[in-house]
Design a protein around this ligand. Structure first.
Ligand SMILES: Cc1cc2nc3c(=O)[nH]c(=O)nc-3n(C[C@H](O)[C@H](O)[C@H](O)COP(=O)(O)O)c2cc1C
Length: 272
């Protein structure tokens, strides 16, 4: 099959999914010797419709939130993109616990919107909540697999003579329940309404306002979050003064539970 362009498309609040998606797409484009384009829909101002065609290959990256695609970002996946027969590679990054049904959900959404998913991958990356889970990942070993994956994608795309069915990935159909976060007591940790707090070191620089994927932090008073908070940690990680933090007890208990139970190395998985 002739591929004329490779596209890296992603939502990435704290940079892991950007890194993984762009690296795969860059390698595939390099092997196929075709141009690479990048489309980042993490921020509200960037969200405009995208059209592809059957000679394009789209590496589509999403992080795993609660075992699925982030529920508040899913509507953009469903409305912004028209594959028009483009080949796709759904990719998820997850914070060392599990990617549960996220890869299956992304594969299915891309199929519904005119893409042909021909390969897929799930990559462990530093958990947005704590560096004790997959800290420093993707690491060198992950990058090696990522490069092998890219070579296999390029090879498959080049040698396709007809469009195969969607690549098989693990998961349970229908994709319904989200993972329920637990606290250290083993009971559900309810922190849906938690919002970041702001320390006195805040200088009102507005960086957090510009980083929030939901556009929820008030420009006139960045200590106030009047919109929805999806706990993505973009403001916490992006604040130059380290002034943003989550103090909600249920949230902190969930993070502790993760640190107690999920520090073993989760391996990435690829599907061709
Ligand atoms: C709200 C939220 C929920 C998450 N849920 C999961 C999860 O269910 N399983 C898991 O392994 N990692 C989970 N993570 C970790 C992210 O999947 C991981 O940090 C991801 O690489 C973040 O991508 P980004 O840096 O592109 O934003 C969660 C992170 C956030 C912010």
């Amino acid at each position: 099959m002739e591929i004329t362009c490779v596209n890296a498309v992603f939502y990435s609040a704290t940079g892991n999914t950007r890194k993984v998606t762009c690296e795969i797409a860059k390698q595939v484009a390099g092997i196929l010797k075709v141009p690479l384009t990048t489309y980042d829909f993490s921020l509200p101002r960037n969200r405009v419709h995208q059209q592809y065609d059957r000679n394009q290959l789209v590496v589509f990256g999403m992080p795993v939130y609660a075992g699925r695609i982030p529920n508040k970002i899913l509507p953009f996946v469903q409305t912004l993109f028209q594959g028009n027969g483009a080949l796709a590679v759904p990719v998820v990054t997850f914070g060392n616990r599990s990617y549960d049904n996220a890869l299956l959900e992304l594969r299915n959404e891309l199929t519904l919107h005119g893409f042909h998913p021909v390969a897929a991958g799930a990559f462990a990356a530093q958990h947005a909540f704590t560096e004790k889970l997959a800290g420093g990942r993707p690491d060198e070993k992950d990058m090696e697999l990522l490069h092998e994956f890219a070579a296999e994608i390029a090879d498959k795309a080049l040698h396709l003579t007809e469009i195969p069915g969607p690549v098989s990935v693990p998961g349970t159909e229908p994709v319904t329940a989200y993972y329920t976060p637990l606290g250290t007591d083993g009971k559900p940790a309810v922190f849906l309404k938690a919002k970041p707090r702001t320390a006195d070191s805040c200088t009102d620089c507005k960086v957090c306002v510009s980083l929030c994927p939901m556009g929820s932090i008030d420009y006139d008073n960045p200590a106030s979050v009047s919109g929805i908070c999806i706990k993505c940690q973009a403001c916490v990680k992006g604040c130059p003064e380290h002034a943003k933090y989550f103090g909600d007890p249920a949230f902190l208990s969930h993070v502790k539970m993760l640190e107690q139970n999920y520090t073993r190395r989760a391996e990435p998985e690829i599907f061709i």
